[in-house]
Write a protein that binds this ligand. Structure first.
Ligand code: FA5
Ligand code: MG
Length: 431
């Protein structure tokens, strides 16, 4: 993946994110467009579809896990600030130093030392260290990604962690153990395992006994299948798929069958023992998962476009009511406004090949200039001139306003603004 710095010289010496000022540097790539979503907290707004879903999931955990007195044992964190350090987002979770998910082309960096979290798992270790054993984290997450109906640079996740001591896990079988008797824990300076050497043994981590892992796996899978059934109904078809995360082993994804396709809902697994050790609770075993709220909501309420979640249109918002969950609550299109597609082709600078150009840098410029009236951006042509050796790219930008019909003039004006910005920013020549 190409991480060359072509677009992201910061405009000012400092940047303000979540009411704090940070010095900018060559890592800074947060755009004004991204900052404009900051603090809207749509997942906490009463009757917003994301909020309804959040409340359903939280209630499910409150009901499912209670102590002998009948009190809920899961704590919920839903307002942790999204600015985190690379240590929180990656290192503490054993994500290798050379992992592509760390790159500037995938994440929004405030500066070298801070980024907008790319998953709610970024808070996992801090909460473990503060002594919590069962908790949910809800929040907005940020990723540089493609632009289409199911991808948006800001979306929402819920992470869950459950850890157990031997006495609780095996309260009915006190002769059983969580750990193999003569396992050696790796030192806590675990980090630079190269991605290429990642261990994908799906059975278990060497330190754990098979009994402990099987019991945890059973609880995790039962809890998540019941959650899916609570949300989608008893008849939902689902399957477990083996997966890989640096912070869990073994790992699984839960998929549901929806409209003729298998759709990934969440990632999950048995927490890596190195993480629990580093948090000071090496005598426990844990499971964890992370689920995307938009994806669930799009399926559940039949919402066709991820941009709708950000709509302020009462015609959209009034369709959802917390009390009506479980009744037939489906999105009804307010009206369909026409799309309008314009292409943009340009020659790259002399020394640049087609694969040196970072598509996500282009996407951010488009969003910055045009906002969310852009429905889709796709690279439709790459070309290298046989004689001059110069390379060119052609992007198709599809415009559609969520709330009105755009005139050709309005689109042309925005498109030419994008064109001049792209020309300047990337030092390209429009064809
Ligand atoms: C993670 O983010 C892991 N942190 C999840 C995890 C937590 C695994 C704890 C194990 C233990 P992933 O990148 O696959 O994994 O994202 C998790 C979920 O977020 C996905 O299953 C999906 O539901 C949702 N998601 C991911 N990317 C997008 C996207 N671009 N748009 C909408 N939803 C997304
Ligand atoms: Mg995934």
């Amino acid at each position: 993946r190409n991480v060359r710095n072509q677009s992201t010289r910061p405009m000012c010496d400092t940047i303000s994110v979540c009411n704090r000022n940070y010095p900018t540097d060559s890592w800074t790539n947060i755009t004004p467009n991204i900052l404009s979503y900051q603090g809207r907290n749509i997942y906490m707004k009463k009757n917003h579809p994301l909020s309804i879903l959040r409340q359903q999931i939280v209630n499910y955990f409150y009901k499912t896990f209670v102590n002998p007195k009948g009190n809920a044992i899961f704590s919920v964190f839903d307002n942790l600030a999204p600015v985190v350090t690379p240590e929180q987002n990656f290192d503490q979770l054993l994500i290798p130093k050379d992992h592509p998910s760390r790159s500037k082309s995938d994440c929004y960096y405030v500066n070298e030392k801070h980024l907008l979290r790319a998953h709610t798992t970024a808070h996992q270790v801090d909460l473990l260290k503060s002594g919590l054993d069962n908790y949910l984290i809800v929040g907005d997450v940020y990723r540089r990604d493609e632009i289409n109906a199911t991808h948006f640079p800001v979306f929402h996740q819920i992470d869950a962690v459950r850890t157990l001591h031997r006495d609780k896990l095996f309260k009915n079988n006190p002769e059983l153990e969580i750990f193999e008797t003569n396992f050696k824990t790796s030192p806590t300076s675990f980090l630079p395992i190269k991605s290429s050497l990642k261990c994908i043994d799906q059975t278990k981590q060497p330190c754990h006994t098979m009994e402990a892992v099987k019991l945890m796996e059973h609880e995790l899978k039962t809890v998540l299948v019941r959650l899916a059934q609570t949300l989608f109904g008893k008849d939902i078809e689902y399957r477990w798929v083996d997966s890989y995360f640096p912070f869990t082993q073994p790992s699984w994804e839960l998929e549901v069958y929806w409209k003729g396709e298998w759709l990934e809902l969440l990632g999950s697994g048995i927490m890596r023992n190195e993480i629990l050790e580093a948090a000071g609770i090496g005598n426990t075993i844990g499971w964890a998962f992370g689920v995307g709220l938009e994806r669930l909501a799009m399926v559940l309420f039949e919402i066709p476009d991820i941009r709708l979640f950000w709509s302020n249109d009462s015609g959209f918002l009034n369709q959802f009511k917390e009390e009506d969950f479980g009744k037939h609550m489906k999105y009804k299109p307010i009206s369909i406004y026409p799309q309008c597609a314009n292409d943009l082709s340009f020659w790259l600078p002399d020394n640049m090949g087609v694969d040196d150009f970072v598509g996500n840098d282009f996407n951010d410029v488009v969003r910055d200039v045009a906002g969310d009236i852009v429905e889709q951006v796709s690279l439709i042509d790459k070309f290298k001139h046989p004689k001059t050796g110069k390379s060119s790219l052609c992007f198709r930008i599809v415009y559609r306003h969520m709330e009105k019909t755009l005139t050709q003039n309005e689109v042309n004006e925005i498109h030419s603004k994008i064109t001049t910005t792209v020309e300047k920013r990337f030092n390209v020549k429009i064809r």
